[in-house]
Design a binder for this molecule. Structure first.
Ligand SMILES: Cc1cc2nc3c(=O)[nH]c(=O)nc-3n(C[C@H](O)[C@H](O)[C@H](O)COP(=O)(O)OP(=O)(O)OC[C@H]3O[C@@H](n4cnc5c(N)ncnc54)[C@H](O)[C@@H]3O)c2cc1C
Length: 463
């Protein structure tokens, strides 16, 4: 029997005034009853538009049918055929612009909560299934994957399932890329990422951490070591700054550094020896998801006032609506149509004030959004002791700078054949943020999948 309720089944969340004081996960996920209730909202369309709107084409109606039938492990196995990180995607994918945006139930109400159902199934599996995935027999071919973010992990997983001997080389001391160092614990608990990575290790993927490729080993040296193909999933970890006065003061961070200190180096936990400014008044500059994550994390570090400083209006903010909603619930203060022009320091070289100007919206610019224009003479200062720049990232140029013939566009993104993900060099493939610039987990995974297919095409011809 279909559930014709126009609204999604509500997912329980922790109370904003309590949750903004610690890093525990905000959303509790569905229980069995809620999941079945929501699954029954799915009409099981014959030509499901949701599937083609998913970058990895998860068989959505099929896994939802299994939930309706109370067969949760079977539902998990269906998702796993194409998505190696369902517990991650169920939590962080922007479903509202992908699968859920095409759901027919969305025409007369809210779409089916596909992401929440995916999360339910993945969490059910983690809680109830003890079985370790089995390591396939080796085919004797060696592939190196550089970077252990969602793109590298997906490429490695798909190749390992086909019997390739895959080694991931990761610059940091922990695998997971942005899933580990960027997205905060309260949105994506790290034990979930670790579990997904353990499963890859069980099927034979080797992970070498603290290996900065381009410094410790070059790509040519990897080929000399017997790797026959290389996948570059190195992400976009190079932060942008505004180029205004005062960016070198103590208390100015890129969002990446701020979040890494918190997520990867546990600066919020006294047991860890990680320094971070414990700020009172924080300005986070930017309006994307990264800005929301940084602001909500700063609040959890104990800051009294956390401002999102954004030069356009809320309508133009690139952050997901849900993230903005959660940030507001957690008492983050939005200062829109505001742009910093100078960071002012005290006698100890620490941030003490932020000088800003007011903005108004003019004609649309190249991005199609109305361009922010300075209101002359509107300068004002705010008492601020920490500034976090969340202005976007580009790929780190290290590997590019030491690999002759490897090509990139003018933004520093590696150029690839979009059908095969092959770079300008033979046997070297790339994907994820390293190619697209900062994008999404699922797009990075899709690229990793496509590259794995091409690498398999290339190597299976060899004896
Ligand atoms: C704070 C934050 C929040 C986000 N929230 C969301 C969200 O909610 N939903 C969503 O879909 N997307 C989100 N994103 C974007 C998403 O995380 C990225 O698009 C995705 O992680 C890209 O995956 P990737 O594998 O290409 O790169 P990454 O995840 O960046 O992984 C690249 C890895 O390569 C390693 N590496 C780099 N250079 C080298 C080298 N020379 N040698 C060895 N290793 C190297 C890096 O250390 C890193 O571990 C967010 C991003 C950030 C920063």
């Amino acid at each position: 029997m279909f559930n014709m309720d126009k609204n999604k089944t509500r997912m329980p969340e922790r109370v904003p005034q309590l949750r903004n004081k610690n890093f525990k996960e905000v959303s509790a996920g569905y229980n069995v009853e809620m999941a079945i209730n929501e699954a029954n909202r799915c009409l099981g369309c014959k030509t499901p538009a949701c599937v083609s709107a998913c970058p990895v084409n998860v068989p959505i109606p099929q896994f939802i049918q299994k939930i309706k039938d109370n067969e949760f492990e079977e539902a998990y196995q269906i998702i796993k055929t194409v998505n190696s990180l369902p517990a991650v995607c169920g939590r962080v994918c922007p479903q509202e612009t992908q699968c859920e945006s095409k759901c027919v139930r969305g025409l007369k109400g809210e779409s089916v909560a596909i992401g929440r159902l995916e999360r339910f199934v993945a969490d059910y599996h983690m809680k109830n299934c003890e079985e370790k995935p089995v390591k396939p027999a080796t085919n004797g071919h060696k592939v190196a994957v550089i970077g252990s973010g969602p793109s590298g992990l997906t490429c490695a997983g798909d190749l390992a399932k086909l019997g390739y001997e895959v080694t991931i080389f990761e610059a940091l001391h922990k695998a997971g890329g942005v899933l580990m160092y960027g997205i905060p614990e309260f949105r994506l608990p790290k034990k979930i990422v670790e579990k997904e990575i353990e499963d890859l290790v069980s099927i034979g993927v080797k992970i070498e951490t603290n290996m900065v490729i381009g410094k410790i080993l070059t790509l040519d040296e990897l080929f000399d070591m017997g790797f026959e193909a290389i996948y570059l999933g190195t992400g976009a970890g190079l932060p942008a700054f505004m180029g205004i006065d005062g960016e070198g003061l103590i208390g100015v961070y890129s969002a990446n550094e701020f979040l890494t200190r918190i997520n990867l180096l546990k600066a919020y936990d006294d047991k860890y020896d990680t320094f971070i400014v414990k700020p009172k008044n924080v300005a986070v500059v930017g309006g994307g998801n990264v800005a929301m994550d940084a602001a909500r994390s700063a609040k959890r570090l104990g800051a009294e006032n956390v401002y999102i400083v954004y030069r356009r209006s809320e309508n133009e903010m690139p952050a997901r609506k849900e993230e903005v909603h959660h940030a507001k619930e957690e008492e983050i203060i939005f200062k829109t149509l505001t742009n910093p022009v100078r960071i002012i320091g005290d006698e100890n070289g620490k941030v003490s004030k932020l000088e800003c100007v007011s903005m108004e919206l003019g004609e649309p610019d190249a991005s199609g959004r109305r361009a922010p224009v300075v209101v002359e003479g509107s300068n004002f200062t705010m008492d601020i002791d920490c500034v976090i720049m969340a202005l976007g990232n580009t790929p780190n140029p290290l590997i590019l700078s030491v690999t002759p013939g490897l090509e990139a566009n003018r933004r520093g993104c590696l150029t690839v054949n979009p059908k095969t993900m092959q770079t300008s060099l033979k046997n070297i493939y790339a994907g994820g943020d390293a190619v697209t610039g900062a994008a999404t987990v699922i797009l990075a995974m899709g690229a990793g999948k496509q590259a794995a297919k091409s690498i398999d095409e290339l190597l299976k011809k060899r004896k």
